[in-house]
Design a protein around this ligand. Structure first.
Ligand SMILES: C[S@@+](CC[C@H](N)C(=O)[O-])C[C@H]1O[C@@H](n2cnc3c(N)ncnc32)[C@H](O)[C@@H]1O
Length: 276
C-alpha cells in the first residue's frame, strides 16, 4: 500500500485558488473591506453541513476561549476562522496543500483574524509541534484521504495535552465501495475509508477514550436533500476552490450517502496514556 500523499496533493493542487477567491469575493466589496467569517461560509467550509457541523463539533468537544486548538487538514481555513470567532480560542491550521494554506492566510487577513488564527503547510502524519502543545485537535473530512491511520491518530495524540480533546467529523465506509469521483478523491487511489468501528479501534489504540460517538449519516442525508431541492448554491461557492466539476463531485457524495454506501461519523475522544 502506498501512503497516497502525492496523489492527495495533486487532488487539492487548486492552482490559482487565491486569485480566484479574490475575484469571487469582490461581490462583498473592495479588497480593503473586512469580511466576516460568516460571509465566507459558502466558499470555505469544505465538509458536509458547513457551519452547523463545526459548531456542533466544538460544542461536543467543549472548546472554550482559553484553549489552544489545532485544526488538522484545515483546507482554506473556514473551520479555524469560524471556531476562533465563535469560541474565542486560538487556532493553528495545518494542511498538505500549499495553495490552500496560501488561500487560508489570505482569507484570514480579509477577516482580520491574524492575531488569533494561523496556518502552516505540512502533513498530518508529521506534525511540527512539541508533545502536549494543544488542548484540542479537530479533524473534519480529512481522514478519508489518509492511508496510515495508526500514525495519524498517534501524531494527534502526541501533540495533545493529557486529558485534551480530539474531535473528528469524517466520512466512513458503510455498505460497499462508493462510486467515484468524490470531493476528496477522483478515483479510489486517493481514498482510504474505514468503517466507523475500525476508525474507533484505530483511535482508541493510539491512546484515546471515547466520550461522544454519533452516526450523523441521517443529518447529512437531510442536508443533501435540502441542497438538491434548493438548487445550485449562490456564488461564491466551493466551485471557486475546486473548479466547475465540484458540483458533480458533491452530488456524487450526496448520492453515496443516500445509498448508505458511506456514512458520516461525529466523535470526540479524551487523550489518555498509550497502551503498552
Ligand atoms: C475535504 S478538505 C477539508 C478541509 C477542512 N477540514 C474543512 O472542513 O473545511 C480535506 C483537506 O485535508 C487536507 N489533507 C489531506 N491529507 C492530508 C495530510 N496527510 N496532511 C494534511 N492535510 C491533509 C487536504 O489538503 C484538504 O485541504
Amino acid at each position: 500500500m502506498t501512503d497516497g500523499l502525492d496523489g492527495v496533493r495533486d487532488h487539492y493542487r487548486a492552482t490559482g485558488v487565491t486569485e480566484r477567491l479574490k475575484a469571487a469575493l469582490a461581490v462583498f466589496g473592495p479588497e480593503d473591506q473586512q469580511l466576516t467569517p460568516q460571509q465566507l461560509g459558502g466558499v470555505d467550509q469544505f465538509h458536509t453541513r458547513g457551519f452547523a457541523a463545526t459548531v456542533e463539533l466544538a460544542r461536543l468537544a467543549g472548546i472554550t476561549a482559553d484553549m489552544s486548538v489545532l485544526d488538522v487538514g484545515s483546507g482554506i481555513g473556514g473551520p479555524a476562522r469560524f471556531l476562533a470567532a465563535t469560541c474565542g480560542c486560538q487556532v493553528v491550521g495545518v494542511d498538505l496543500s500549499e495553495p490552500f494554506v496560501d488561500a487560508a492566510r489570505y482569507l484570514t487577513e480579509r477577516t482580520g483574524q491574524g492575531g488569533q488564527v494561523s496556518f502552516q503547510a505540512g502533513s498530518a502524519l508529521e506534525l511540527r509541534f512539541d508533545d502536549g502543545r494543544f488542548d484540542a485537535v479537530l479533524l473534519q473530512h480529512v481522514a478519508m484521504n489518509i492511508a496510515d491511520r495508526p500514525r495519524l491518530y498517534r501524531e494527534i495524540r502526541r501533540v495533545l495535552k493529557p486529558g485534551g480533546r480530539f474531535a473528528t467529523f469524517d466520512v466512513v465506509l458503510k455498505r460497499g465501495e462508493p462510486h467515484y469521483p468524490l470531493p476528496w478523491a477522483r478515483t479510489p487511489a486517493t481514498s482510504f475509508l474505514l468503517t466507523a468501528a475500525a476508525t474507533r479501534d484505530a483511535i482508541e489504540l493510539a491512546g484515546f477514550r471515547t466520550l461522544v460517538w454519533q452516526d450523523d449519516t441521517g443529518a447529512a442525508k437531510a442536508w443533501f436533500a435540502q441542497m438538491r431541492a434548493s438548487g445550485p448554491p449562490p456564488s461564491p461557492n466551493l466551485g471557486v476552490v475546486m473548479g466547475p466539476e465540484f458540483a458533480q463531485l458533491a452530488a456524487n457524495l450526496g448520492q453515496n450517502l443516500m445509498d448508505e454506501r458511506i456514512g458520516i461519523l461525529t466523535a470526540v475522544f479524551e487523550a489518555v496514556s498509550t497502551k503498552t
